[in-house]
Structure formats: C-alpha cells, structure tokens
Ligand binder design. Structure first.
Ligand code: 5AD
Length: 447
C-alpha cells in the first residue's frame, strides 16, 4: 500500500511552490497526499522565518503534532524551509518529536531523506549548501489553471530587517530554457496563468551566462502557446530598469499588476533599512510605470515600527500610500530577526506603538484601495475564469488582469480557464460583481 504524506505549508508563494515540488518528488516514490494528518505516515512542515509570529505558529503546530507522534511512534515528522535552514538546533531542542530537518537546498533529495528518516529511526539534519537544480517532478496538483514557477532563488539585497539572505542564500537564477520547459509542461496540463517567483525577481538573470534579464524572460514565456497570463513577484525598486518597464508595457501576456514593496515612505528609515532608494525615486518609478501602462495596479508591503521610526516618519509613509494610490497593501509590524542588523539597532519601537500605527495605516489603506476599486465600476474587463464564487455556487469567479476578484453569472456559457469580458456592475469591499459582456464591448474598454 502507498505511504501517505501530509504537507503543512506556512509563508510565501515560494514555499507553496516548494511544497508542490516535494509532493511531486515523493509521489514518484509512491507517496500519496492526504488532507488528514491522522492517517499520514510522514508529515512535513514547510516553515517561514520572516517574522517571529510565523515561527511561533510553527512551534505551536509542532506541539500539536507531538501528540500524534506519541500515539503513533512510526510517524515521521519533518521540518523544511526557512526555519529549518536557520535554526536546526532550536527546532530539534524545542520540538524533540521532529525526525528530519532540511533546508531548501536539500529539497531535490527529499525522497532519500524521508526514506532514511523512516529506516534509521534517528534524527536527520540536512541544511548543507547545494547547487541550484530545477526539479522536474510534476507538481502534485498538476491540473490547475494557475501555477507558480520559481525563476530564481536567494537574495543579496541585505535589507537590514530581513532574514531571507540567511535562509535562501545568494541569488541564483534558473536558465531560461528550464523555465520555459516548466511553463510548457504546466500549460500542457491545462495551466493558463503563471506567476514567476523570485525574492528579487527583477534581478533575474544577472548571474547567468549569457547574461539575461526578466524582460527577456517575459518574451520567452510569452511565446508559450496556450498560456494566457504572466505575473511576477517580488520586485525591488532598486533593480527596476527602463527596459523592464517597457517589457511590462509591450509583452502582451504580462498583466497590469505590480507588487512593488515600499516598506517605508521616510527617507531616513529607507536608508536605515538599506533599501537603496528614496521616496522621491520610488514615486518617480511609479510615474514612469503609470505613463507606460495607465491601467497598472500597484500593491505593496509596508513595515511599521522599524527601529527609530518617529511619528514624522510614519506620517511620511501614510502620505506616500495616499500619493501612490495602491490597489492592495500588506502591512507588517516590524519583527526583530536574530542575526539581522536592525535587530541590534537602538530605539526599538514599543509594541503598543507598532500596533497603533498598524491600525491607523490600515484605516488609510482601506480608504485608498476603496477609492481605486470605485474607479472600476462600469468598466468592462478581461477576466480569467478560475472557479465558482465562494458565496454562491451558481456563480463563476475569476480575476481581472489587475488581479481583482470578479464574481458573475455565466454558468453554461463559459468554462473554467476561459478568458472573457466582464462588465463590472458592483464594487464590494473585497471583490467585484459583474455581468458577462459581449466581446465587442471589451474591445473599446480598458483592460
Ligand atoms: N519584520 C516585519 N516585516 C518584515 N518583512 C520582512 N522582514 C520583516 C521583519 N523583520 C516584510 C517585508 C517584506 C515582506 C515579505 O515581509 O515587508 O516585503
């Protein structure tokens, strides 16, 4: 009988991608995925170290799993991902029921590691550096309309708050050929949209020979027949070149949605974060991007309560959010990460102050994003149909190119995976409602 694997994934899209690969690799070894942890022979927890809260969640989950293990000593529990890479010893100490700890470089060897942990019945640690490989195992859920594709690993930006350079290592790009092959494989299984992933995705290719970049990769991925849309994340303003801006405008399948972390609107704080740009430079880039592509929607990440952040610094952030007019904003309270420069900076901000700024910023965000949503009423937009509405099964659901969820009545007329024009009839707080439009209507309206 096949062994059963239960996967628990925390953190970013890259982790989701890695979990899919792990499931794919283990499926080649006759492991079947199960949603029920109680029937699993192997449980793998893919972890995130970006903020302390993410780590706390993992430890509390591992605490729950300890009881399963007590009842079934044969169960193998593994911890992978960023926490595994960073704190293998602590994981072993705080969660002694864990049998296997491995970092992202070891993912390609997951089959062998799991087998060893089951056979040898002693803790196995593998967080050694290893060359980057593109795993060709098919993802576990191959029949999806949308998929992530990792194009590069690691980050060398060394933002002072961030643990990623220590968890994911140096920047290493996958070859364009291997990426295109992966996209072709996904499209052959029915995939219509890919999101190209990298911690600093717009630094793609500068470590490759011959040298290449994200703009050139867009073109190559665009040429994959049957693919409808390309998204990419996460970009750093520092590496944003005019060539990339032109490619975002000119490569047809690249969507009008751009995640461009601001982190702070204060020049002093940006400097202390080592972000490599000023607020004025960021706004200049936003202008250039909007000029190239007026329909572009922006989303961003912001940290409140970075060491030394004053009320004036915070006010500058609020003002920048209003100026840019984001479609979506993720707000985080600064979290001290051991081993990062900001963790040792003086003037750490009180948790109560962080919570207060977090709350105040979210109020502004709601107003700003709400205003952006309002602009969409009455527009006919291209929607990739990807499911049924969460609230009413009779309705179809999809996303616009600018990444908005639209629910509309189109049962029997369109199929999952279709790209159709939808007239936005109602703007709700977290989604749009629409009506199927005729293709002629779509031609004369904005994307
Ligand atoms: N504390 C709070 N937020 C952080 N981020 C990264 N490091 C930290 C930290 N130490 C946020 C940044 C980044 C997002 C993925 O997580 O905003 O863009």
């Amino acid at each position: 009988m096949a062994s059963k694997l239960h996967l628990i994934t925390y953190g970013c899209q890259m982790n989701e991608y890695d979990s899919e690969r792990v499931a794919g690799l283990l499926r080649e070894r006759e492991y079947e995925l199960t949603d029920d942890e109680r029937e699993a022979d192997v449980i793998l927890v893919n972890t995130c170290a970006i903020r302390e809260k993410a780590e706390d969640k993992v430890y509390s989950r591992l605490g729950q799993l300890k009881e399963l293990k007590a009842a079934r000593p044969d169960l193998v529990i593994g911890v992978m991902g960023c926490m595994a890479q960073l704190q293998q010893e602590q994981v072993r100490r705080r969660a002694p029921s864990v049998d296997l700890v491995f970092g992202s470089p070891a993912i390609a060897r997951v089959g062998e590691l799991v087998e060893r942990a089951r056979r040898e019945r002693r803790p196995i640690l593998d967080t050694a550096e290893a060359p980057l490989v593109k795993i060709t195992a098919k993802p576990a859920s191959a029949d999806r309309l949308k998929a992530f594709v990792t194009v590069m690993e690691g980050c060398e930006k060394h933002c002072t708050f961030c643990v990623v350079p220590r968890t994911r290592g140096r920047e290493r790009s996958h070859s364009p050929e291997s990426i295109v092959a992966e996209v072709e494989g996904l499209v052959a299984e029915g995939c219509r949209e890919v999101t190209l992933l990298g911690q600093t995705v717009n630094a793609y290719g500068r470590d490759l020979t011959p040298l290449t970049d994200l703009a050139e990769l867009f073109q190559r991925v665009n040429d994959v027949a049957g693919l409808a849309r390309i998204r990419f994340t996460t970009s750093n303003p520092y590496n944003l070149t005019p060539k990339l801006i032109r490619a975002m405008r000119d490569v047809p399948k690249v969507c009008e949605w751009f995640h461009l972390p601001l982190q702070s609107g204060s020049d002093q704080i940006l400097e202390a974060m080592n972000r490599g740009y000023t607020r004025a430079r960021y706004l200049e880039l936003v202008d250039a991007l909007r000029q190239a592509e007026p329909a572009l929607a922006f989303s961003t990440d912001i940290i409140v309560g970075f060491p030394g952040e004053t009320e004036a610094d915070f006010a500058a952030t609020v003002e920048t959010v209003e100026q840019v007019g984001y479609d979506n904003v993720f707000v985080f309270r600064y979290s001290r990460r051991p081993g990062t420069p900001a963790a040792d900076m003086p003037n750490q901000v009180d948790e109560a102050v962080k919570a207060d700024r977090n709350r105040r910023l979210l109020t502004v965000v709601e107003r700003v994003t709400g205003a952006r949503s309002g602009l969409l009423a009455g527009r006919t937009m291209e929607v990739l149909v990807d499911g049924t509405s969460r609230k009413s099964a009779g309705e179809l659901s999809g996303r616009t190119r600018c990444n908005r969820v639209v629910n509309f009545d189109g049962q029997g007329q369109v199929a999952l995976g279709d790209v159709v024009p939808v007239l936005v009839t109602e703007v709700l707080p977290h989604s749009l409602r629409g009506a199927l439009a005729t293709p002629e209507e779509a031609v004369c309206s904005s994307r």
